[in-house]
Design a protein around this ligand. Structure first.
Ligand code: TMP
Length: 212
C-alpha cells in the first residue's frame, strides 16, 4: 500500500523526436480528467536557476566548447535545484510529479552518449539524488534515424541535438540497458507505433499507478 501523503513520481525518457511532448500532454489530460493534483516539469530545468542552467547547456556555442565534465556537472546542478525546490515539495504535498527527463537521461546521454565514467556518475547520483526514484519511468523507444528525422521538423537544433547519429545510438543503448536492469520501474514503449497505440499503453501504465 502506498503512503497516502506521498505523491507519485513519473518520468518520461527517450531520445529526441520520440514524442515525449505529446506523451506529457496526454498524461496532463489524463490527470486533469481524474481530478488529480499534479505538476508537469522538466530537466534540465524546472526552477528559475535550473532553467538558466538549461540555457547554458542547450545554447549552441562555437567559441568556448562545454566540456563533457561540465555538461555532466551542470545537469546535476540543475537537478539538485529541481529536486529540492520542486520535486520533493510536490511529492510531500501528495501531488503527482511528471518530469520530462530525470537522472536516467544522465546515464543515457553523459554515460552512454559521452562515454563518461559510470562510477563518477553513480557517485553524483548517490550524493545528489540520494534515494529519490521515480515510481515509474516511461521510455519511448525509437531508432535515432526515425527520432532525429522527426526532431528536425521542429526548427533549429540545440547544442545536444546537433550530435551525430552514433551519439544517439549510444544514448538509446544506454537507456535500454538501464531499462533492462530495472524492468519493474521502466515501461518501454515502441514509439514508432501509431499515436493511439502509444497512448493506450501510457493509459494502462497510468491506470496501474492510480490503482496502486
Ligand atoms: P529536451 O528535454 O528538450 O529533450 O532537451 C534536453 C536535452 O538535454 C536533451 O538533448 C537531453 C539532454 N539531457 C542530458 O544530456 N542529460 C540529462 O541528464 C538531461 C536531463 C538531459
Amino acid at each position: 500500500m502506498r503512503d497516502p501523503n506521498s505523491g507519485i513520481f513519473l518520468t518520461i525518457e527517450g531520445i529526441e523526436g520520440v514524442g515525449k511532448s505529446t506523451a506529457v500532454q496526454f498524461i496532463q489530460e489524463y490527470l486533469t480528467q481524474k481530478n488529480k493534483k499534479f505538476i508537469i516539469t522538466r530537466e534540465p530545468g524546472g526552477t528559475e536557476i535550473a532553467e538558466k542552467i538549461r540555457e547554458i547547456l542547450l545554447t549552441p556555442n562555437s567559441e568556448e566548447k562545454i566540456t563533457p565534465d561540465t555538461e555532466l556537472l551542470l545537469m546535476f546542478a540543475s537537478r539538485s535545484q529541481h529536486i529540492h525546490h520542486v520535486i520533493l515539495p510536490a511529492l510531500k504535498a501528495g501531488k503527482w510529479v511528471v518530469s520530462d527527463r530525470f537522472v536516467d537521461a544522465s546515464y543515457a546521454y553523459q554515460g552512454g552518449g559521452r562515454q563518461l565514467d559510470m562510477k563518477f556518475l553513480q557517485q553524483l547520483d548517490e550524493q545528489i539524488v540520494h534515494s529519490l526514484k521515480p515510481n515509474a519511468t516511461i521510455l519511448l523507444d525509437a531508432s535515432p534515424e526515425i527520432g532525429l528525422a522527426r526532431a528536425k521538423h521542429r526548427g533549429p537544433q540545440d547544442r545536444i541535438e546537433q550530435e551525430k547519429v552514433d551519439f544517439f545510438e549510444r544514448v538509446r543503448t544506454g537507456y535500454l540497458a538501464r531499462a533492462s536492469k530495472e524492468p519493474k520501474r521502466f515501461h518501454v514503449i515502441d514509439a514508432t507505433k501509431p499515436v493511439e497505440s502509444v497512448q493506450n499503453e501510457i493509459k494502462t501504465i497510468l491506470d496501474g499507478l492510480n490503482d496502486a
